[in-house]
Design a protein around this ligand. Sequence first.
Ligand code: GAR
Length: 208
Amino acid sequence: MKHNSRIVVLASGRGSNFTAIAAAIESAEIPGTIVRLVTDNPVAPAIEIANQRGIPVQVIDCGSRRGRIRMAARPLLLKCLADADAIACAGFMRILPPSIVRAHPARILNVHPSLLPAFPGLESPRQAIEYGVRVAGCTVHFVDEGTDTGPIIFQAAVPVDASDTPETLAARILPHEHRLYVSALRLLCQGRLTIRGRQVIIEDEEQT
Ligand code: GAR
């Protein structure tokens, strides 16, 4: 990949992963530039974060069906991603359609607040508590045509306490998301990630 990758971030909400990525770019930890933030939520706090950092924002009306991107929104989304070397889903609560995933092979990353393949989809910390697991965590993975099913790059585990609520568990997981997402995006931008079957091979892994 190029020395200065063009990165598009997709986010729906708070934007803490977006902030972690933007900070890592500013400190030159990630060799790239965020060329735009794309959001499906016109009141996402992530928009204000982008504005403060001078990052262009595109709001796309993805429709009211939870998790889906309506057909009419797809051409604009494709256009917003067309110049990207790397695409980072950072709390983007929509499933990318196959046409978009196929247009960007091995270029789209996602962070998910569970140890995949456990608890894909929405409200993963709540799912983990309700299931009764003792260990939870997060996963950074490539996006494929499924829901949270793509090849795994990094995972981190945290304990689940008996007193945890979905909020306290999510808060324990979050710093690990930020750390792993920055590491994975750096490797992608450095061209050091290769997908082989379901496995992700990291070039010079000892230097991560
Ligand atoms: C993060 O915990 C992320 O893992 C999760 O949404 C949160 C967004 O936080 N994503 C998913 O659940 C995707 N299925 P942020 O807006 O502060 O980065």
